[in-house]
Design a binder for this molecule. Structure first.
Ligand code: GLN
Length: 483
């Protein structure tokens, strides 16, 4: 299969070898050919995309200045508000929601002349690791359609992996960009907390949520992230920083860069083939002049418990607004006001979302707050301090993205704990607010992609993108495409 990288498409658009219309048409064709099987897109705006493509072709012809994403078809996870397109969060609760405004990131994409082709499948309210809790049914992994695409941004990873679009946006609260990227063999990045405005992102766990790019390679991810990053006063957690120029730093030498390896990332439960690919990747960096050193992250064994307490607590509060009156699905039949709330929420939310609301409400309730929520906040601080200490002696930390490659659809759906445990390597990045990237680094013997995770100190995205980019200059894993 031919899956051009973002930079290749940009140069073809520049040279005139390709028009935006042709590119959008081929994207739409690919979607109609494959989406029935892969279920990546849950809404497609073909007409809008083609109109926009013509406008951009016209603009190019007339010599007017063009944005940096001019003419590139893109998909956006369905939890980011899009004017004129549905934004369902994969939930019955928001099935009929059409936002009256664009999220900050959508405004940024439009300002850069990107073409938003449609919205991408996800776990309901981004709660999950397999895109199986979506009301639209699961996305399927392009490498093996019996396997999950990962989640919660499964649709985003599938759309890029299968060549439907060169770029997509996902959100990452505990691994939801990096894990599907790793399962589908694409590059995905979770930026530093506060790097990208969350204005117009439907909230799951507000102290952890970040929007980030998925692309065929690190260069594409760097470009997209550069376009969406930067301060926005409508998100109080948005950092007041200028937009960086990561794309110009990708080739800075790696010589002397110190890469930390934590024993805690190579624990029981880690698949042997995954471990081997990750260790092979380290040799590539060493050959480029980087130095590998051991570090220790002693509190990471508490990360899953800490994350699920904090994420569920925040979710229980964030999702209180969906009561059938303020927001969301309203039940037809009810007896009084309280019954209206109960019926609407009972019908609108799926099982996993209900489980989390109940867990979170419990953890926040009087008498349990100190024992659960407050305790989790304290452990979160310890996890953050582990990273501070590790980053005193290394520049980045490397490890696997997930303990295994893509698992089979249905395998963990009825075992929430097994599903949660699969997030073990990605969630501390969010708990500590760090940037993290997933880079394709090999395949299992069953030909399923494997991802390498790199984590850096706060605001050091540049290091991750440089490492990923230079890894992709010497390896070809990111070039492999599913049949
Ligand atoms: N799998 C994790 C969860 O279910 C992470 C999801 C996410 O990053 N949105 O909470």
């Amino acid at each position: 299969m031919n899956r051009p990288l973002t930079s290749e498409l940009i140069s073809q658009l520049h040279s005139g070898a390709l028009t935006a219309r042709q590119l959008v048409e081929s994207s739409l064709n690919r979607i109609s050919e494959l989406n029935g099987t892969l279920n990546a897109f849950v809404a497609v705006d073909a007409e809008g995309a083609l109109t926009r493509a013509d406008e951009i072709d016209q603009k190019r012809k007339s010599g007017k200045p063009l944005g940096r994403l001019a003419g590139l078809p893109m998909g956006v996870k369905d939890n980011m508000c899009t004017l004129g397109m549905p934004t369902t969060c994969g939930s019955r609760m928001l099935q009929n929601f059409r936002p009256p405004y664009d999220a900050h990131v959508i405004e940024r994409l439009k300002a850069e002349d990107a073409i938003i082709v449609g919205k991408l499948n996800q776990d309901e309210f981004a709660m999950g690791s397999s895109t199986e809790t979506s009301i639209f049914g699961p996305s399927r992994n392009p490498w093996n359609t019996a396997c999950t695409a990962g989640g919660s941004s499964g649709g985003s990873a599938v759309a890029v992996s299968s060549g439907m679009v060169p770029l997509a946006l996902g959100s990452d609260t505990g691994g939801s960009i990096r894990q599907p990227a790793s399962f589908c063999g694409v590059t995905g990045m979770k930026p530093t907390y506060g790097r990208v405005s969350r204005y117009g992102l439907v909230a799951y766990a507000s102290s952890l949520d970040q929007i980030g790019p998925l692309a065929g390679d690190a260069e594409g991810a760097a470009l997209l992230l550069e376009c969406i990053a930067g301060h926005d006063k409508r998100d109080s957690t948005s950092l007041p920083l200028e937009r960086p120029a990561w794309t110009t730093e990708l080739s800075q030498p790696l010589k002397g860069l110190r890469i930390g390896i934590a024993d805690e990332y190579f624990t029981e439960g880690l698949d042997a083939e995954v471990e081997q690919s990750v260790r092979e990747a380290l040799k590539v960096f060493e050959a480029a002049g980087a130095v590998v050193k051991p570090v220790s992250l002693p509190h990471s064994k508490y990360a899953v418990a800490t994350y699920y307490l904090i994420a569920c607590s925040e979710a229980s509060s964030n999702l209180a607004r969906y009561d059938g009156i303020h927001y969301g699905h309203r039940a037809d039949k009810f007896t009084d006001l309280v019954d209206l709330y109960c019926q609407s929420r009972g019908e609108g939310f799926g099982e996993e979302v209900k489980r989390r609301i109940m867990l979170g409400t419990y953890a926040l309730s009087a008498g349990y707050y100190d024992a659960y929520y407050l305790k989790a906040l304290k452990v979160r601080r310890r996890i953050r301090e582990d990273f501070d200490q590790a980053f005193a002696s290394v520049d980045v930390i490397a490890g696997p993205v997930a303990p295994t490659a893509a698992f089979r659809l249905g395998e963990k759906l009825n075992d929430p704990l097994a599903m949660y445990l699969g997030d073990i390597y990605t969630i501390s990045t969010n708990l500590a607010g760090l940037p993290g990237i997933s880079v394709p680094c090999g395949f299992t013997s069953a030909k399923l992609p494997i991802g390498l995770q790199l984590q850096a100190p706060i605001l050091e995205e540049s290091r991750l993108l440089r490492l990923a980019h230079q890894f992709q200059q010497t390896t070809n894993w990111h070039r492999e495409t599913p049949a």
